[in-house]
Design a protein around this ligand. Structure first.
Ligand SMILES: O=P(O)(O)OC[C@H]1O[C@H](OP(=O)(O)OP(=O)(O)O)[C@H](O)[C@@H]1O
Length: 375
């Protein structure tokens, strides 16, 4: 272990970040010379929502690179439903058994965050959503959280350690406002000295009522006011936003936008989607429930074989015209005009694809734009 209680990249790549039972059984199998050819599939029997976003494949490909395995998977950003295999690995069991822990960890966590982000975008109905939640998770995984949120469709992220290319977004903390004699002093200092590309979004709820501070912030040059109303003061959030909008308009600031944040849930965002102009979301994205993926043998030595509760045989998931989906045995001929969703990702340890987060994000956004919804 190093300075912090984190697992280093080398330990993950070497299979040292694993459940001890894998190490124990691999030793037993080595002694017995047992190492059958298997195909294993990753599926989730249930989801927090009717559909989810597949994410985390990039790390899985890097993890398995160089091992004698083949991997087929849905591309990152693919929408999937319960029981659909999202990824399959073929190889000799002992050669990749210890990686199950990390494979599932990569996929469960990233897919959970991407899914929550996509559902939040649906709730916001076109208004921008920003990921402010890396403070809710261990800093060592901030880049993963922000990447998954970006793939899920957020419009920017707050953590400066996010992967390059993701736009950074942020306003000002309450501590900043409190470090000046008055909020006006803080807002004017920010308006004067923040970088030219930094939007003048002023936090307008530190000491007094939102409608009072919002109008005062507008007078100090705010392009937008951020309302981060504490839950203890909240009551009817939509009514607060409507009242602030009214006061800004009547005092001559109709162009000043309202940015909402602070413990927002999907229901809060849906309730305010047409009165607030943007949303900063922390825990409701970063603390998303993980997707409960499992990795199970479906074929052993070339024959369909599965434990109880699982369907045996290698499968393919098809998308049909009209957005319908079908899971069939892989050897069944593809239905007419069907698009197979599981595609080659690794062949004998060599990556066939390098997932690009922009492609994954576009896959999600194009689905969210589709009139038929997620299909
Ligand atoms: O959706 P959430 O889980 O609440 O996370 C995001 C919140 O984190 C920050 O608030 P915080 O009060 O921690 O800091 P601040 O006073 O600097 O705004 C930010 O202002 C958001 O409100």
């Amino acid at each position: 272990m190093g300075w912090f209680e984190v697992v280093g990249e080398d330990a993950i790549r070497n299979g040292e970040c694993t459940d001890v039972y894998f190490k124990r059984v691999v030793e037993v199998m080595e002694r017995d010379g047992v190492n059958p050819q298997v195909t294993m599939e990753v599926t989730a029997a249930s989801l927090p929502d009717p559909w989810a976003v597949f994410c985390g494949l990039d790390d899985v490909i890097k993890l398995l690179e160089g091992l004698p395995v083949d991997v087929d998977a849905m591309p990152e950003g693919t929408i999937f439903c319960p029981n659909e295999p999202v990824l399959r690995i073929s190889g000799r069991y002992r050669d990749f058994a210890v990686y199950e822990t990390a494979i599932l960890g990569f996929l469960c966590h990233a897919s959970g965050v991407a899914t929550a982000a996509a559902h939040m975008k649906v709730a916001a109905a076109g208004r921008p959503v920003y990921s402010f939640g890396s403070r809710r998770q261990h800093p060592a995984i901030a880049a993963m959280i922000e990447r998954a949120a970006w793939i899920g469709g957020v419009d920017g992220v707050s953590n400066t350690a996010a992967p390059e290319g993701i736009p950074l977004a942020g306003t000002m903390p309450h501590a900043f406002v409190m470090c000046y004699p008055t909020p006006e002093d803080a807002w004017l200092a920010f308006a004067h000295s923040a970088g030219p590309d930094v939007p003048r979004v002023m936090l307008a709820d530190t000491f007094s009522d939102e409608k009072d501070e919002a109008v005062r912030a507008a007078a100090c040059g705010a392009e937008a006011v951020r309302l981060d109303t504490p839950r203890s003061r909240r009551g009817d959030l939509r009514a607060i936003v409507e009242e602030v909008r009214w006061e800004l308009d009547i005092h001559g600031y109709p162009e000043v936008k309202i940015f909402l944040s602070g413990g927002l849930t999907r229901a809060d965002v849906a309730a305010c989607h047409n009165v607030a102009d943007a949303f900063g979301i922390g825990g409701a994205i970063a603390n998303a429930p993980v997707i409960d993926f499992a990795l199970d043998i479906v074929e052993l030595k070339g024959r369909a074989f599965a434990k109880r509760g699982k369907r045996s045989g290698v499968k393919q998931v098809y998308e049909l015209p009209g957005g319908h989906r079908l899971t069939l045995p892989a050897q069944t001929p593809a239905p007419k005009d069907a698009v197979p969703l599981l595609v080659p990702s690794v062949r004998n340890g060599a990556p066939v694809v390098r997932p690009r987060m922009e492609d994954a994000r576009e896959r999600v956004l194009s689905r969210l734009r589709a009139p038929a919804g997620r299909g």
